[in-house]
Design a binder for this molecule. Structure first.
Ligand SMILES: C#CCO[C@@H]1[C@@H](C)[C@H](OC(=O)NCCNC(=N)NC(=O)NC)[C@@H](C)C(=O)O[C@H](CC)[C@@](C)(O)[C@@H]2OC(C)(C)O[C@H]([C@@H]2C)[C@H](C)C[C@@]1(C)O
Length: 424
């Protein structure tokens, strides 16, 4: 189906149930009932995260997920259309934990994309799953195809498009195909040389323009994880797009002009890098985080910004979960490096010593806790306003966010996106 069928900006929210939540449903953090009619009206798409790929290379529930419970949840999601007839329900296949290079199931996408027969069967099974549960399309969240997978990735998306077009004909429906795409040059460089061919079969490419900085970096500095623009004195990164083999080849002069290095890793950079490869603006969706990232033992200068830090790496987190003062849920989750927007609002309001700052160049807020040497990078309604203004001025397709369950009770962030895109 054509993108933006409703003529409005896309507002694509991920609805995530954790690994074992589906079998405990509705005793979960964020049941579907939390998606009020008012929220449903502000969304154009809900992407259910996640469906997996089974050992036969087919779309299937994640291992251990109860069929009956899953069908119930999918029914609750599709019932939301009663509040918004234009709402499209997509399911998302994969995700970081399922598909990253170090994941035990890293080969599932690679194998499913590796031969014509595997691609046909994978697409067939996903479309059958889509029809069975009343979804309106498929979102592929492969994080990420490797360079050696890039051609197979394009062939896979083409096969999905072929079968979706067939399915649309036989059932007079409007199905969509989207992917979650890299927001940072490092992962982007794996398939960047084929980017126009990757996007051709898609309705949207949802850029994961977040996680630019985080605890995984051993020795770099605290910095924003999803800022819109670069700041002149921020720590810069090597531009991996300089290594991309273009066909036809580009001269070194052209490459150094197109891909300055080092450069500020930002959302604007990711959008411009996609426009260089002629990705149509009406397929480009900017991803925004409803979560923040916290750094421990941040240096005290500059209100904790661009300072060295010492946050334990490793997945899952094995250290002390209590150092992000005021984030009770972080202790429950045993993950102090990620705070939801709802957590951050409580931390800021709770008198724990956090002070909010806003960077005038990056257009990003941050919290600094001088007493505990903490730095928290996140998005709030002020930064979302700049991002929705940007989406309108660059004539992009809309906004995607990770994820619905991380907003506050008042739906502050979803409202800021909806109002920013739909009001003058
Ligand atoms: C695609 C994605 C984000 O995945 C999240 C995981 C992978 C979560 O990642 C994020 O929240 N990432 C935010 C950026 N989003 C993406 N990378 N992808 C995305 O938005 N796609 C649309 C990280 C921070 C996390 O909590 O991972 C822990 C180890 C620290 C992990 C891998 O153990 C894990 O732990 C819990 C929190 C219990 O959840 C699971 C998963 C086992 C699930 C499967 C992963 C999930 C949903 O929490």
């Amino acid at each position: 189906g054509s993108p933006n069928t409703s003529g409005k900006y896309a507002v694509i929210g991920y609805y995530m149930l954790g690994p074992d939540e589906i079998n405990k449903y509705p005793a979960v953090d964020f049941p579907v009932s939390n998606i009020s009619p008012e929220k449903a009206k502000m969304l154009t798409h809900i992407n259910y995260a996640f469906i997996g790929i089974n050992d036969k290379g087919q779309c299937d529930l994640l291992k251990g997920a109860n069929e009956q419970k899953s069908a119930e949840v999918f029914q609750l999601l599709t019932n939301l259309k009663q509040y918004n007839a234009n709402l499209k329900l997509m399911f998302s296949v994969g995700g970081w934990a399922f598909s990253n290079d170090a994941s035990p199931t890293a080969n599932r996408f690679r194998d499913a994309a590796s031969t014509p027969a595997a691609r046909t069967e994978f697409a067939r099974s996903c479309i059958a799953f889509m029809k069975k549960h009343g979804f309106d399309g498929v979102d592929l969240d492969w994080e990420y195809p490797r360079k050696q997978d890039a051609n197979n990735f394009v062939a896979l998306l083409k096969e999905f498009r072929t079968q979706i077009n067939q399915a649309e004909k036989t059932s007079q429906s409007d199905y969509q195909l989207t992917i979650a795409g890299a927001g940072g040059a490092f992962f982007m460089s794996r398939y960047y040389h084929l980017l126009d061919k990757v996007v051709e079969p898609l309705d949207y490419i949802n850029l994961m323009t977040y996680d630019f900085n985080g605890p995984w970096q051993g020795v770099t500095k605290t910095n924003f994880h999803a800022h819109l623009y670069g700041a002149k004195d921020e720590p810069k990164f090597y531009n991996a797009l300089r290594e991309v083999q273009f066909n036809p080849p580009k001269s070194w002069e052209e490459i150094t002009k197109l891909f300055p290095s080092p450069f500020a890793l930002t959302a604007d950079a990711a959008v411009k890098q996609h426009l260089i490869m002629k990705v149509p603006r009406n397929k480009l969706v900017m991803g925004v985080p409803f979560y923040g990232r916290a750094f421990r033992k941040a240096g005290t200068d500059n209100y904790g910004l661009y300072q060295t830090f010492n946050t334990q790496k490793g997945d899952p987190y094995r250290g002390d979960p209590t150092w992000l003062v005021g984030c009770d849920k972080c202790v429950e989750r045993n993950e102090p490096r990620i705070a939801t927007y709802a957590d951050i609002k409580k931390m800021l309001a709770g008198g724990f010593g956090y002070k909010r700052h806003f960077h005038s160049e990056a257009k990003a807020p941050w919290l600094h806790n001088a007493k505990h040497n903490l730095f928290v990078t996140y998005d709030d309604k002020e930064s979302m306003k700049y991002k929705t203004d940007y989406i309108k001025q660059e004539k992009l397709a809309g906004v995607m966010f990770w994820h619905l369950g991380q907003d506050d009770q008042e739906s502050t962030l979803l409202k800021s996106l909806h109002n920013g895109l739909n009001k003058k």
